[in-house]
Design a protein around this ligand. Sequence first.
Ligand SMILES: Cc1ncc(C[n+]2csc(CCOP(=O)(O)OP(=O)(O)O)c2C)c(N)n1
Ligand SMILES: CC(=O)[C@@H](O)[C@H](O)COP(=O)(O)O
Ligand SMILES: [Mg+2]
Length: 607
Amino acid sequence: MNIKEKNVKELEALSEDIRKRILEVVSKNGGHLSSTLGATEIIVAMHKVFDSQKDPFIFDVSHQAYAHKLLTGRWEEFDTLRQFNGICGYTKPSESSDDYFVAGHSSTSISLGVGAAKAIALKGEQNERIPVVLIGDGSMTAGMVYEALNELGERKYPMIIILNDNEMSIAKPIGAISRMLSSAMASPFYQRFKKNTESFVDNFGDGARYIAKRMEESLKLITPGILFEEMGINYIGPVDGHNIAQLVDIMKTARKLNEPVIIHAQTLKGKGYEIAEGKEEKWHGVGPFDLSSGSSAKKTATKSATQIYTESLLSLCEKNEKIVGVTAAMPSGTGLSTLIEKYPTRFWDVAIAEQHAVTSMAAMAKEGFKPFCSIYSTFLQRAYDQVIHDTCLMDLPVVFALDRAGIVGEDGETHQGVFDVSYLRAIPNMTLFAPRDEKSFHQAMGFAAKYEHPCSLRYPRGSFITTDLPESAPFELGKSQLLQTAKSNILFIGYGNGVGRAYQTAKCMKEDVSILDLRFVKPLDGEMLRDLSDKYNKWFVFSDTAKHGGVGSAILEFLAKENILNISVVSFEYEDAFITHGNTRVVEESLELLPEQLAEKVINHNP
Ligand SMILES: Cc1ncc(C[n+]2csc(CCOP(=O)(O)OP(=O)(O)O)c2C)c(N)n1
Ligand SMILES: CC(=O)[C@@H](O)[C@H](O)COP(=O)(O)O
Ligand SMILES: [Mg+2]
């Protein structure tokens, strides 16, 4: 039956069926669980009142949009969620015309809505179509949201913004905005007012009590909405984000206003799966798990790069009290939660605010501190000008510790950490290097902690490719490390996690090869490369970076500048295309980047 014809009871039953389907698939495949369980009724109500075939449905981050996928013809194939060639974990127009826009990086939805509303107005379609945005309280903390609200409040395009406030980002939300949003019921003024009026009206009977109740209601409506109302945007709420009848009525009312409206819905993150309900960070993004017990299926033995980073930073902090650091709403993902707990006056979660994170740390560097910006490679893209304009132009000693560098797997195109060498290498005063394993990671961190200019080190999601690499030499600026020499004319040049891949590829070959750990891609070890160009004339580059502007590019630039013309360079970095989602190994195989595939390419390469 078409959702438009369903009554409230049927919509409630549909929500429960959706929850069951989400739990069934996410417990098998992994994915974003608690966000998407909590947004179910809101999304069902959206589809009841609006039409995603004509109204732009815009989900912020869109990790919470599984119910939308289930309601738009993907119920059966939802079994393939986040699998290679399966359903994407985020909205993706190429997957369905009901998915209006790509999403994955947060806080873009309101700008998208304003742009869509402008176009709808220009095309004279305002009576037929209206943008409907769903954004979470965590995503409301990024500056881009206020750029969009600023214009929307001025131009007043008709638009529905549903703010799904579950009082959680990935972790507990931080900052004034989150506090403002959920402060309505708890504000001291509001509580005093409530207490005083209750005692006051007890002496005057029902009529007065009724008036006080209305005042209390109106006060509730005023407190969190004051920010939006003052900006010229209608505010309705807070409302129960699990009450479908109320949600449907309010969305219908909001549509009739034909103005910009924010509906502030309060929900329970993880609703419907008791173990995950409430303020449980670990249920935001999950691997496969046992439904009855909630215990995760996969246990990882080897230490992750994030764990190494955390241990390294902890030991550096003990020796140097000038070391400080930030994360932009990824405390556990970056490992910074440990540092925040141990050094609460030196480490901060600044919410989803990468631009603010970088620039505020630049100021701390100017004040003589040694900041570590712990940000995923993909999310640092959000703060590119802050790296150039506020950090490198001032030549300030900020360390950009880029986790999730390389293919990240099931998060797919929006989250692959593959562009950082390309986007950072072009910036003057920036130094780029990468550890290959645990030992070299500690050395790289020691180097970073003393380095007096901007620098960036990168490391993979999960653990390094291999742990049995040769002993690591201390990190020196612009110095590489020759790990293995052989008689053949073949040289493997590895960078970061690419060194492990070079070793695994070498093992697949009958012929011995020489292997260099490049360590620094900026500045390059010119002396070593000149020396090696006399001995080896077939170079192969192994790095989890985009080819364009990446490590191979840097080496080719060097050879050209040195007028060294007899070397053939083949880069096994990523081609000029966005990399899809799926299990990392499966994705790498599709890109022909597995060691055995690379060995084939080396053997068959005849320049
Ligand atoms: C620019 C950017 N920074 C960080 C993230 C990582 N991230 C994904 S979802 C999320 C929290 C979102 O919280 P909220 O909007 O409240 O949604 P909820 O999961 O609570 O429904 C974060 C920090 C991101 N996707 N984009
Ligand atoms: C939706 C989002 O952007 C985050 O939840 C991201 O998926 C976290 O990635 P990791 O699982 O690699 O920490
Ligand atoms: Mg939230």
